[in-house]
Design a protein around this ligand. Structure first.
Ligand code: AMP
Length: 499
């Protein structure tokens, strides 16, 4: 038994005196993975990772009952990135997520972890051009992340080759069930070879999910991660009673007094999001909005900018409530009381991530007591009722609030920033139309003194251009050399890629 498992067992059996924290070095991961894990700032495995990583490395099916924020994505991404074979061109792992936002985030997480192993990860989801996805799937792809509908679309068109899929992950299975995705999930499962490892992750285990597990998982290990410090207890919660027409004024008073560095304001409908957004804009807040009625491209841009910290206030419907991983949100405001208790927990869980303290404030109108009572029952305690801030308190806080509003927000580093530091992406002015192939690029690059295949990252050949990543701080040198080195018989225009 590995050291990590030994320690875990002693934890489970309560032999606390013997508990030593698990380490990523216990799993015999490749140096490429350990380097990425280290640069991502993961010092030791979270409890879910300590259970899932060794099991998947041993090719075991596993059911994981665990919340977002527990490090569950890396728990499956690490062993999958370790196990996939770089040489194989067809996809070897398929990760199914209920929402587009989660698919994009998982893609990013897997890409970061597999960065130094040079893994290619594609995301396929709806409301995004099929043609681009088809082109991407035609190229070398190790891992595919997608939403059920679009995956099935690709399966039916024959544009997603599943013949080499050895790992299937069904993430947020309970959410899939809520969204009516169980049948599509079964269609996807049955299109894959039985010789595969299946992982299913879910925050709750309703009957239908159990049935699915019994039907398709082989002697699965069951991992339930009891939260040591439940999110509910980590978040200080307050509520205010308010009339509907007075909500915007209360929102303004509270944000002035709280003066958060970053804040999500949740509304129940797109219309309210639009109203609140306009209201805050009039008050000169640095804010953006996100709801399901917006173009996917705009939603992505807003989420990215929010992650980077380029504005402080995000007004959102529940599309932004689940699974989305933005660090350091100091305050969540429920402008509208969620009508479903579970949604309340997901919304407030956007703050207090990774064991940090957070704050959640909820507005309740006098007609909503029934829903409030349901939430109280669900979370097992009463949210303390507060008096709205006195006019004096608000005016005392005004100056500090205005200073922060005027200040340029401090940009947060993206999770992958550390990993990208020693990588330079180059653009070559030639592509498929001039019959450029990966082997032409690799051949030229390896002819440059001091360059080996290990210094070449992902190569992406488009119609009239090619993108190639140069690793290990050699980018600048390679860029200079390529100004005088022909590729496929001709000197090409080579420059630093814009993106
Ligand atoms: P998830 O539960 O997958 O949404 O992950 C929540 C957050 O935890 C993400 O920001 C991860 O980057 C981060 N994370 C995952 N594993 C670790 C780890 N071992 N140590 C520190 N942070 C981690």
């Amino acid at each position: 038994m590995s050291n990590a498992l030994e320690r875990l067992r002693s934890k489970l059996t309560g032999r606390d005196d013997e508990v030593v924290e698990a380490s990523f070095n216990d799993y015999q991961l490749s140096s490429e993975l350990l380097k990425a894990i280290n640069l991502l700032g993961f010092t030791s495995p979270t409890p879910v990772q300590a259970q899932v990583i060794p099991a998947v490395l041993k090719q075991k099916d596993i059911i994981v009952k665990s919340q977002t924020g527990s490090g569950k994505t890396a728990a499956y991404a690490i062993p999958i990135c370790e196990l996939v074979d770089w040489e194989e061109n067809k996809p070897q792992a398929l990760i199914v997520t209920p929402t587009r936002e989660l698919a994009i985030q998982v893609k990013e997480d897997v890409f970061n972890i597999g960065r130094f192993k040079r893994l290619k990860v594609s995301a396929v989801y709806g409301k995004s051009p099929l043609t681009y996805q088809i082109k991407e799937l035609k190229q070398k792809t190790h891992v595919v992340v997608g939403t059920p509908g679009r995956i099935i679309d690709h399966l039916e068109r024959g544009t997603l080759d599943t013949s080499q899929i050895k790992y299937l992950v069904i993430d947020e299975a309970d959410k899939m069930l809520d969204m009516g995705f169980i049948e599509p999930i079964e269609t996807i499962i049955t299109s894959l070879s039985k010789k595969r490892v299946t992982l299913l992750l879910s925050a709750t285990m309703p009957k239908d999910i159990e049935v699915l597990c019994n039907k398709y998982l082989k002697e699965p290990i069951y991992a339930e991660i009891a939260e040591q410090n439940p999110v509910i207890d980590r978040i200080s919660q307050e509520r205010y009673t308010v009339d509907r027409q007075d909500k915007l004024k209360l929102l303004s008073d509270i944000t002035i007094v709280e003066n958060p560095d970053s804040c999500i304001i949740f509304c129940n409908t797109k219309q309210t999001v639009d109203e609140v957004y306009q209201g805050l804009q009039k008050l000169k807040y640095t804010c953006e909005k996100i709801h399901g009625g917006m173009e996917q491209r705009d939603r992505l841009r807003v989420m990215n900018d929010f992650k980077l910290g380029s504005f402080r206030y995000l007004v959102a419907t529940d599309v932004a409530a689940r699974g989305i991983d933005v660090e350091d949100i100091s305050l969540v405001i429920n402008y509208d009381l969620p009508l479903d208790s579970e949604i309340y927990v997901h919304r407030i869980g956007r703050t207090g991530r990774q064991n940090k303290q957070g704050k959640a404030i909820t507005f309740v109108t006098r007609y909503e007591n029934k829903f409030l009572a349901a939430i109280h029952q669900y979370i097992g305690k009463e949210i303390p009722l507060k008096e709205r801030p006195e006019r004096e308190t608000v005016s005392d806080s005004q100056q500090e609030f205005e200073e922060k509003t005027k200040a340029i927000p401090e940009m947060k580093a993206t999770k992958g920033a550390e990993l990208s530091k020693e990588i330079l992406k180059l653009h070559i002015n030639a592509g498929k139309k001039t019959k450029m192939r990966p082997v032409d690029i690799v051949g030229t690059l390896c002819s440059i003194p001091g360059m080996t295949a290990a210094d070449i990252g992902i190569i992406n050949i488009r119609d009239i251009s090619t993108f190639v990543e140069i690793l290990n701080n050699k980018g600048k040198f390679v860029l200079e050399e390529l100004q005088k080195t022909p590729i496929k018989g001709r000197l090409r225009k080579v420059s630093k890629a814009e993106r």
